[in-house]
Ligand binder design. Structure first.
Ligand code: NAP
Length: 282
């Protein structure tokens, strides 16, 4: 039976470290600040934004939430971003996605000052990650790396296989694994004989969006399996991209869903906000 990586516990440990760091920074006159902007009434987005605000407050980070109506013009949003770019007490800006259809998400993300882009989605930050000169990394991929490292699994020299090539998970996590000296393969829907590739993985990351897609026969015995997927089943329950019951019999380490990668995302957002505040101070 695999060791189950407790994402909740690791995320909590990181939040406590951040809280201590924020207290130390306040003593030298620096209070990290995060502004979150939400447009419209999407219920899931409202929940995410509420959780982010609560986590900031618990860590001692200044938190401001800006709510614009669904009908807001893109120019209104861009003006707000521009104002926040100029604020010295706001070190991180996050525009909650998805934006309403009449807005151009890429243009909005690009309008955020890259040094305040705590989601690290802007082309400038994507480029910095590519060349390994980044202090901000996208939250979910960065959270995956922390989960692996804090579980005592070393990445250096290991065969890492990422299933999924999205800009928000697959590609950036592959790049972060490469910076940790993993030997990385990225798979996707056109990969021929996926099983033969995944069977070689010492570290297997599933970011597909298909319930229980990764089965035990795709996994090398003893592998570290990180399940990024969040899928809702017809009975309303949430499950990952990995068939937990069978894969946990073969893997050495495995993340559950829920309670694995999910809780890490907000912890990494707080970490990025603190990093952005420290960079601004230099
Ligand atoms: P996405 O943009 O839909 O990308 C899915 C990727 O999986 C694509 O690259 C796709 O290949 C690949 N794929 C689909 N079917 C495949 C198959 N049969 N074999 C191999 N590869 C296949 O999804 P995403 O945004 O990366 O998210 C992936 C999952 O992670 C979703 O369940 C999402 O909800 C979850 N997620 C969780 C968090 C979190 O905090 N826990 C954060 C973000 C996302 P092609 O490129 O060829 O189409």
């Amino acid at each position: 039976m695999a060791h189950i990586i407790d994402g909740k516990a690791i995320a909590k440990e990181i939040r406590e470290e951040i809280k201590a760091e924020v207290e130390a920074l306040e003593k030298v006159g620096l209070k990290p600040g995060l502004a979150v902007v939400i447009v419209g009434e999407d219920p899931a987005s409202q929940i995410y934004v509420g959780s982010k605000e609560k986590a900031c407050k618990a860590a001692g980070i200044l938190s401001e939430v800006y709510k614009l109506p669904e009908s807001a013009e893109q120019s209104e949003l861009l003006e707000l971003v521009e104002k926040l770019n100029k604020r010295e007490d706001i070190h991180g800006i996050l525009v909650q996605l998805p934006l309403p259809k009449h807005m151009d998400s890429e243009a909005v993300i690009e309008a955020i000052d890259p040094s305040k882009d705590v989601d690290a989605f802007s082309p400038v930050n994507v480029g910095r990650i590519m060349i390994g000169q980044h202090s901000l990394a996208p939250c979910t991929p960065a959270g995956i790396i922390e989960l692996i490292k804090r579980s005592g699994v070393s990445i250096s020299g290991k065969r890492c296989v990422v299933i999924g090539r999205s800009n928000i998970v697959g590609k950036p996590v592959a790049m972060l694994l490469l910076h940790e000296s993993g030997t990385v393969t990225i798979c996707h829907s056109r990969t021929a004989n996926l099983q033969s590739v995944t069977q070689e993985a010492d570290i297997l990351i599933a970011a597909i969006g298909k319930p229980k897609y990764v089965t035990a026969d795709m996994v090398k015995p003893g592998a570290c399996v990180i399940d990024v997927g969040v899928n809702r089943l017809p009975d309303g329950k949430v499950c990952g991209d990995v068939d937990f019951d069978s894969v946990s019999q073969v893997a050495g380490y495995i993340t559950p869903v829920p309670g694995g990668v999910g809780p890490m995302t907000i912890s990494m957002l707080l970490k990025n906000t603190v990093a952005a505040a420290k960079d601004a101070k230099v």
